[in-house]
Design a protein around this ligand. Structure first.
Ligand code: THU
Length: 137
């Protein structure tokens, strides 16, 4: 699985985003250490706060399938019908949710296209993240 293929999977699931309120469509593709890909889109709600981000939707798919060890997540997002100028960066809640399973080593790809993307680690995006290891002390 190349970075380009993972980004393509994120763009494909972005088409499924349910965004009648923000019209901002996000797709995420999560690659497991075993080489499987799980995808998710954002799902909004008339009551706003129950909205699920694409990253957590992908995580829920993966964990529900029994997967807990992840290598990379690719994230794409933009307003409907537009190409964004800024990369879509995961919100704080999603960083925390991903940290639970990926820890600081998870690769995070923020893509505007298959060719135009930046790569970070989750540790860069969430320094000193609180995870299961903290509770085990
Ligand atoms: N959103 C995501 O799905 N992931 C992100 O990384 C940023 C924000 C969604 C939530 C909401 O449906 C819309 O984008 C606008 O905030």
């Amino acid at each position: 699985m190349t970075d380009q293929e993972l980004i393509r999977a994120a763009f494909a699931v972005r088409e499924k985003a349910y965004t009648p309120y923000s019209h901002f469509k996000v797709g995420a593709a999560l690659l497991t250490k075993s080489g499987k890909v799980f995808t998710g889109c954002n799902i909004e709600n008339a009551s706003f706060s129950p909205t699920i981000c694409a990253e957590r939707a992908a995580l829920a798919q993966a964990v529900s399938a029994g997967e807990r060890t992840f290598d990379t997540i690719a994230i794409v997002g933009s307003l409907e019908g537009q190409v964004n100028s800024l990369p879509t960066s995961p919100c704080g809640v999603c960083r925390q949710a991903l940290f639970e399973f990926g820890g600081p080593g998870l690769r995070v790809i923020l893509a505007r296209s298959e060719q135009d993307y930046q790569e970070f680690t989750l540790g860069q995006l969430l320094p000193l993240g609180f995870g299961p290891a903290n509770l085990a002390e």
